[in-house]
Design a protein around this ligand. Structure first.
Ligand code: 4AD
Ligand code: MG
Length: 435
C-alpha cells in the first residue's frame, strides 16, 4: 500500500489549491444532519474543513457525526480559498479516518485558572500555549546562537550542590542518603567560576531552583537559567554582553513570530525599541534620585529596590534599564567592591520594560580572597565549606564576571504574559507541583 504523504496545515494553506492530506486534532466542530464543519488544528495552523453526508458511507458518517473536540483525525480533500473561514481557506474532505477518539474534553471555553492549571497537560494544546511554546523554543535557540557566536563554550555545572550562592533562605534541601547540606542549584555560578580558568568564556542554560515563598507573577520555584561567566573581563564587558544578548533574543522573536505575538495580543512595537535603541543606564544612587523627582517616591539609601520601585522606574522608559552600583549589603558576597565607592558593588540588574522586573542579574567578581571570606562570614557562612571556590582566588586568579538571565522572565516579558507561570510548560510554585 502506498503511504499517504501528510503535509502541515500551514503548507496546505500556502499551497492554496488541489488535493492535500492533513492530520491533526479537532479544534472545534459543529454540524447538522447533512453537513459537518471541523476546524482542524496541527502544530502549524488551523483550517476549516467541511464534510458532506453524501460523500461518506453510513459507518464513516456515524463517526464524523459523533466526533468531539480534540479527537485526532486524518483527512484528505481539496483545499480552496474561502474568505469566511477562520484562516481564509477551507478543505472539502473526501476521505476521513478517525485515529484517536476524544470524549468530553475537560477544558471548556471559560474554564477557571485553577481548572486550567489542574489540566495543564491538556491546556498545552491551546493556541495560546502553543504560541508561547514556539516563542520559548526560539528564545532557547537564540541564546545558544548568541553565546556560540561570540566564542563561548557550553559548560555544565552540578544540580546537586553543597554550598549556597544566592542566600540560604530559598534553598531546597535534598535528603542525600540521609546526609544534610545538599541543595538543588540556585545558580551555576560557584561551579562555573572554576571553569573559566580552563575555558575562559562559558555559558549554560539549565534549571535553577528557588524555594521562593512569594506568590508573585514573577517567581517560579524551578526556572530555566541562562548564565555566562568570562575571564579577563571588566564590569562593562559583562554589561555589554547582557545588553547584546537581550537585543539578539528580542530580534530573533520579532523576526519569526508575528503570528504568535498576534495570537497573544502582544504589540511588537512595544519590543522594537529594545532592538533599536541603547538601553537606559543608571546607578542605584541615580535611580533613587529619579524615583524621588519623577515618581515622588523617597527611598532611604541602602535599601534594596523593591518590585514597586522597579515597576515605577521601568514605566519611565521604552527600553530595559541597566541599574548598577547597588549598596554592598543588599547584594551577594561575591560581588566586586567598587574602588571609587566601597559602600557599593559592581553588580548589575537589567530591569524589563512595562513592569516586567529583573531580567538579568550579574556582577564583576571580587578577587580579593580576604574580602570574599569576610563577606561569607557576614552572611553567616563558614568559609571552610567554600575551600574549592576560594581556590579560584588562590591559583592564578584573573578579573572575571558573569550574569544570569531568567529565561521565563524573558518569555513572560516578550510575550506580554500576565504571569510567569504561562512561560513554562509545567510551572512549579510554592502551591503547585502537579501535574
Ligand atoms: O539575580 P540572581 O539571583 O543572580 C544569580 O543567580 C547569579 N548567580 C547569576 C550569575 O551571575 N551567574 O538570578 C538571576 C536571574 C534573575 O535576574 C531573574 O531573571 C531570574 O534569575 N530569577 C528567577 N526567575 C524565575 N523565578 C525565580 N524565582 C527567579 N529568581 C531569579
Ligand atoms: Mg538578582
Amino acid at each position: 500500500m502506498v503511504k499517504t504523504e501528510y503535509i502541515t496545515v500551514q503548507d496546505a494553506i500556502t499551497k492554496g489549491s488541489g488535493e492535500v492530506s492533513l492530520h491533526g486534532w479537532v479544534h472545534r466542530e459543529r454540524g447538522s444532519k447533512k453537513l459537518k464543519f471541523i476546524v482542524l488544528r496541527d502544530s502549524s495552523e488551523i483550517i476549516q474543513c467541511i464534510l458532506k453526508r453524501d460523500d461518506f458511507d453510513e459507518k464513516t458518517w456515524d463517526s464524523i457525526d459523533k466526533i468531539q473536540v480534540e479527537a485526532s483525525v486524518e483527512l484528505t480533500g481539496t483545499i480552496a480559498k474561502d474568505e469566511r473561514a477562520p484562516t481564509g481557506y477551507e478543505l472539502k474532505v473526501s476521505k476521513f479516518t478517525l485515529v484517536g477518539e476524544s470524549h468530553e474534553f475537560p477544558i471548556q471555553k471559560d474554564a477557571s485558572k485553577e481548572h486550567l492549571a489542574d489540566h495543564r497537560h491538556l491546556h498545552l494544546r491551546s493556541r495560546k500555549m502553543t504560541a508561547i511554546l514556539k516563542i520559548r523554543s526560539t528564545i532557547f535557540g537564540a541564546i545558544d546562537q548568541y553565546f556560540r557566536g561570540v566564542g563561548f563554550y557550553e559548560y555544565h555545572s552540578p544540580t546537586l550542590q553543597a554550598v549556597q550562592c544566592e542566600g540560604g533562605s530559598d534553598l531546597f534541601d535534598v535528603d542525600y542518603f540521609g546526609k544534610k547540606g545538599v541543595f538543588l542549584a540556585q545558580t551555576w555560578q560557584l561551579y562555573a567560576e572554576p571553569a573559566v580558568f580552563a575555558l575562559e568564556k562559558i555559558y549554560t542554560i539549565a534549571p535553577s531552583f528557588r524555594a521562593e515563598k512569594s506568590k508573585t507573577s514573577r517567581h517560579l520555584t524551578e526556572y530555566w537559567h541562562a548564565e555566562m561567566e568570562m575571564a579577563w573581563s571588566n564590569f562593562d564587558d559583562i554589561i555589554g554582553h547582557g545588553e547584546a544578548l537581550l537585543k539578539h533574543v528580542v530580534a530573533a522573536v520579532l523576526a519569526k513570530h508575528n503570528k504568535e505575538l498576534e495570537i497573544l495580543g502582544r504589540d511588537p512595537a512595544k519590543l522594537q525599541p529594545t532592538v533599536d535603541k541603547p538601553f537606559v543606564r543608571m546607578t542605584y544612587t541615580e535611580a533613587l534620585k529619579i524615583l524621588k523627582e519623577k515618581c515622588d517616591m523617597e527611598i532611604e539609601w541602602g535599601k534594596d529596590l523593591r518590585t514597586i520601585e522597579e515597576d515605577k522606574l521601568s514605566k519611565l522608559y521604552d527600553v530595559p534599564i541597566i541599574c548598577t552600583h547597588y549598596p554592598k549589603k543588599v547584594k551577594a558576597f561575591y560581588m566586586m567592591e567598587d574602588p571609587d565607592d566601597p559602600r557599593t558593588v559592581q553588580g548589575v540588574d537589567f530591569i524589563g520594560t512595562e513592569g516586567y522586573g529583573e531580567l538579568i542579574g550579574g556582577s564583576h567578581r571580587e578577587h580579593d580572597i580576604e574580602k570574599v571570606k569576610a563577606a561569607l562570614i557576614e552572611d553567616g557562612e563558614d568559609p571552610s565549606e567554600y575551600e574549592f571556590y576560594l581556590d579560584t582566588r588562590r591559583y592564578g586568579t584573573v578579573p572575571h564576571g558573569g550574569f544570569g538571565m531568567g529565561v521565563e522572565r524573558i518569555i513572560s516579558w516578550i510575550c506580554g504574559l500576565e504571569t510567569i507561570k504561562d512561560a513554562i510548560p509545567f510551572p512549579r510554585t510554592m502551591e503547585r507541583y502537579k501535574p
